[in-house]
Design a protein around this ligand. Sequence first.
Ligand code: SAM
Length: 222
Amino acid sequence: MLYIVPTPIGNLEDITLRALRILKEVKVVLAEDTRTSKRLFDHFGISTPLRSFHAHNEHQVVERVVDELLAGADMALISDAGTPGISDPGFLLARACVQRGVPISCLPGATAFVPALAASGLPCDTFHFDGFLPHKKGRQTRLRMLAALPHTFVLYESPFRLLKCLDELIAVCGPDRMACVARELSKLHEEFQTNTLEWLKNYFSQKEVKGEIVLIVAGKSD
Ligand code: SAM
């Protein structure tokens, strides 16, 4: 069995009792960065062996991992924060498990876009998740596609690129489109700012932007 296990995106209280039990019970935990996960394991008294599984080795190791799963070893997959597979490694392994008949389960748990969307005050009955925009090639095409969507869309963005991204969104969506910057979710300095793109750009221009960010933008008709 492969368990996909969400881990906290900031607040360590956001790990579930079931996640802790599974992480203790499996034979191996595949981790994006074993040093980051070791700190989490130390905090919760977990001593299960950690093995690297990240964007730079997943193509090489995925079939071997599935061989081990088929031979009977239960494993868990975790990323540095949140749910594996959501803008993090996980899809390749999940696909290989599905294709080769390994039972797979994902525990419900922490992920950044759901609390951001739910607290943004923007329509969340229908939405599009786009993760990180491409940095160069294809960025403008993607932005234009997003701007034309009739429903809310969700982006992950780094604090260093927030102002540039807001500028680009103003260019394709117009200054009055409503949006939300959700920052440092579940942490001490958690912040939600919902307003027009123009207002958000002015607000975040006046201070140093720090921390992790989810950007939610209302759809064209909203
Ligand atoms: N797997 C994660 C998930 O389930 O949300 C996402 C991992 S992705 C590499 C990291 C990005 O998620 C950050 O750059 C930020 O955009 C967003 N993120 C993660 N933690 C966050 C937090 N506490 N507050 C706001 N955004 C966060």
